[in-house]
Write a protein that binds this ligand. Structure first.
Ligand SMILES: Cc1cc2nc3c(=O)[nH]c(=O)nc-3n(C[C@H](O)[C@H](O)[C@H](O)COP(=O)(O)OP(=O)(O)OC[C@H]3O[C@@H](n4cnc5c(N)ncnc54)[C@H](O)[C@@H]3O)c2cc1C
Length: 429
């Protein structure tokens, strides 16, 4: 088994010219080159805004090249919780944004001819307990009533039409969701941003940002390759946010997520496991998510360990995930696991995406494992706002709580407690 990201072997990451010097000044500096930063840079470049993308590692290095490639509708929290918290009107706009985000990805893929195996295969949520399945009927009814969006209930007797497993109690399908190859997608976005005119800098960690002065509202952005000034800043650093932007770093809880990829399966086995090639996840807090890769490997992921990835957590997680995969699909008992890797999710304490401005800097973070579509959408929308469009982003300005000490970035000693808590919730609910 290789401890590496399977997706990276399917593409070549674009590189920036190492001899290119940073410009002295730009209109907008984008920190971070995941789907958020790159989709913003693409729009800014197209509109003639002088933009620099500053990436600490290689383009797309963060969660955006390592994820499950599930382009999902909806949000992490149940709709009733959302309505209680934010009111019906705002939640309708949030849900509409989640649906629009799938179209946004599709449109970019088409306009930029990104070969990333984008397909509207739909997603399937599977119920781990009878009570979870009972909740699906209410959920589907509410989503149709509030958002005019149809979800389809799949009773246990029909579940074999959707998935080659007998352990679940039913399912819920959303046909609007899609799947893609995330590494190819983020590489395509980087190429598109550069083609649009953004100046691209990889291996350029930002070490600090500050206002130039009281009367000069521009920012000075310091990097390991020198500094530049920028009229506006977009922080798009997700779970990998550093103390270069400490106020934002304090808001983010970094949580590990891991994926294994099986050897290539035969057509018939692949079809038996996932006859409709859905993006699938289960109903637990400590959930499993899985799908077939375009070359018919089973990609099986989950928060096997709560800590962000390192050599040990990847190895331990691979074994936990292999056991999980076999529990779901006994047919894969003798199948080899060829790849295992991990990445880090950016959770806000309230499990919501957040956009806004902090000390004048734009940010978009907090996707909680649900960021491929919404990150692309929010990056695109924030670029519009920077260009003077009205700000109708429904996540903008909602309260953004700071997690209690011990859960924020860099202080991960409390994560096993959080993990145990979520396992407990799965046991009792
Ligand atoms: C294993 C895994 C599976 C997932 N599966 C799915 C899925 O199937 N569907 C889904 O919707 N979401 C999924 N997610 C979540 C999704 O990948 C993320 O929400 C999304 O990619 C975040 O994008 P981003 O652009 O905000 O940040 P990232 O892609 O994380 O990019 C942030 C970048 O900022 C850079 N950076 C950080 N600090 C600095 C600095 N100081 N200077 C310069 N650069 C800096 C980092 O190097 C990094 O490349 C998954 C995540 C993981 C880890």
């Amino acid at each position: 088994m290789k401890e590496e990201n399977y997706w990276l072997g399917t593409t070549a990451i674009p590189r920036s010219d190492p001899s290119r010097a940073l410009p002295a000044s730009v209109d907008v500096a984008v920190i971070g080159s995941g789907v958020t930063g790159l989709s913003a840079a693409r729009v800014l470049g197209k509109r003639g805004v002088r933009t620099a993308v500053l990436e600490a590692k290689t383009f797309g290095w963060g969660a955006s090249s390592r994820n499950g490639g599930m382009v999902l509708t909806g949000m992490k929290l149940p709709v009733p919780t959302l309505i209680l918290r934010y009111g019906r009107e705002r939640v309708q706009r949030m849900y509409a944004a989640s649906l629009a985000s799938i179209d946004c990805v599709e449109q970019i893929v088409r306009e930029e001819s990104i070969e990333c195996d984008f397909g509207r295969c739909g997603h399937l949520e599977v119920a781990c307990k009878p009570a979870h399945f009972d909740g699906y009927a209410k959920s589907a009814e509410l989503v149709e009533k509030e958002f005019n969006h149809k979800l389809r209930i799949v009773p246990k007797v029909s579940l074999r039409e959707e998935i080659g497993s007998d352990i679940y109690h039913g399912g819920l399908v959303d046909e609007l969701s899609a799947g893609l190859n995330p590494a190819r997608y983020v590489c395509g976005l980087a190429t598109a941003a550069e083609r649009a005119g953004a100046a691209m800098f990889d291996h350029t960690p930002v070490t600090g940002v500050e206002r130039i002065g009281q009367n000069d509202k521009r920012f000075r952005v310091s990097t390991l390759k020198g500094s530049l000034t920028a009229r506006e800043l977009l922080i798009a650093t997700g779970a990998y946010t550093t103390d270069a932007t400490p106020a934002l770093q304090r808001k983010i809880i970094p949580i590990g997520s891991y994926i294994i990829a099986s050897e290539v399966l035969s057509d018939s086995v692949a079809h038996e496991l996932s006859p409709k090639n859905r993006m699938i996840y289960d109903s637990k807090h400590f959930l499993y998510y899985y799908r077939l890769a375009p070359d018919r490997r089973m990609l099986f992921g989950g928060r096997a360990a709560f800590f962000p990835e390192n050599e040990n957590t990847v190895r331990e997680s691979a074994e936990i995930l292999r056991r999980g995969m076999i529990h779901v699909f006994p047919l894969l008992r003798n199948v080899k696991v060829e790849f295992a890797w991990g990445g880090t999710l950016d959770f806000a304490f309230d499990v919501m995406p957040h956009t806004g401005r902090s000390a004048g800097m734009y940010y978009a973070v907090g996707y909680a494992g649900h960021g491929v579509a919404i990150g692309t959408y929010l990056g695109t929308k924030i670029a519009g706002v920077i260009c003077g469009e009205p700000n109708d982003i429904p996540f903008d300005g909602i309260p953004f709580p700071t997690p209690p000490f011990g859960l924020r970035s860099g202080h991960t000693w409390a994560l096993p407690l959080a993990g145990a808590y979520y396992k407990f919730l799965d046991w009792v609910s």
